[in-house]
Ligand binder design. Structure first.
Ligand code: RTP
Length: 150
C-alpha cells in the first residue's frame, strides 16, 4: 500500500469550540492512521513561517493573530492519498463554499474562522510536518485495521 502523510491542524476556534474529538473521528473513521498529535500555542514567528506564502495577502496579519490566539491541535495523519483526501475531508477554504458533510461545511461559516488546516500538497506536507514536529515525535506503528481498510 503506497502511503503518504499530511499535516492537519485544528485551529484555535476549533479547539475552543470543542471540535477536537469530532474532527479526529472523521479521520479515524475514514481509515487514516494518527502518527503524531500535540496541543501547542504557536508563536508569531512560527505562524509567519507556516503561512510564509501568504505574507503579501491583506489578511495575513489577522490570520497570524487568529492562529496565535489559543492552542492549536497539531496532527500528522497517514494513509493512501492522505494529502488530497485530507483536503476533501476539510472542505473548501471558504466555509460558504464547503459542501455539507465536510468539516468546514458542517462546522463553519466564516473564512477567517474555518476551524482546521490541511496541507495542500505532498511537498508542503513534508515542510509543515518538519516545522511542527521533531522527528522523534512521529510514531511509526502498524495499524491492524489497515489489513481491512486496504
Ligand atoms: P489552510 O492553509 O488554513 O488549510 O487554508 P487553505 O490552504 O484552504 O487556504 P489558504 O489560501 O492557504 O489560506 C489560509 C487561511 O487564511 C485564511 N483566509 N482568510 N479572505 C480572507 O479573509 C481569507 N482568505 C484566507 C483562512 O483561515 C485560510 O484557511
Amino acid at each position: 500500500m503506497s502511503s503518504e502523510q499530511t499535516f492537519i491542524a485544528i485551529k484555535p476556534d476549533g479547539v475552543q469550540r470543542g471540535l477536537i474529538g469530532p474532527i479526529i473521528s472523521r479521520f479515524e473513521n475514514r481509515g487514516f492512521k494518527l502518527v503524531a498529535i500535540k496541543l501547542m500555542t504557536a508563536s508569531k514567528e512560527h505562524l509567519e513561517n507556516h503561512y510564509s506564502d501568504l505574507s503579501e495577502k491583506p489578511f495575513f496579519k489577522g490570520l497570524v493573530a487568529y492562529m496565535g490566539s489559543g492552542p492549536i491541535c497539531a496532527m500528522v495523519w497517514e494513509g493512501r492519498d492522505a494529502v488530497k483526501t485530507g483536503r476533501a475531508i476539510l472542505g473548501a477554504t471558504n466555509p460558504l463554499a464547503s459542501a455539507p458533510g465536510t468539516i468546514r461545511g458542517d462546522y463553519a461559516i466564516d473564512v477567517g474562522r474555518n476551524v482546521c488546516h490541511g496541507s495542500d500538497a505532498v511537498d508542503s506536507a513534508k515542510k509543515e510536518i518538519a516545522l511542527w514536529f521533531k522527528p522523534e515525535e512521529l510514531n511509526s506503528w502498524k495499524s491492524a485495521q489497515f489489513d481491512w481498510i486496504y
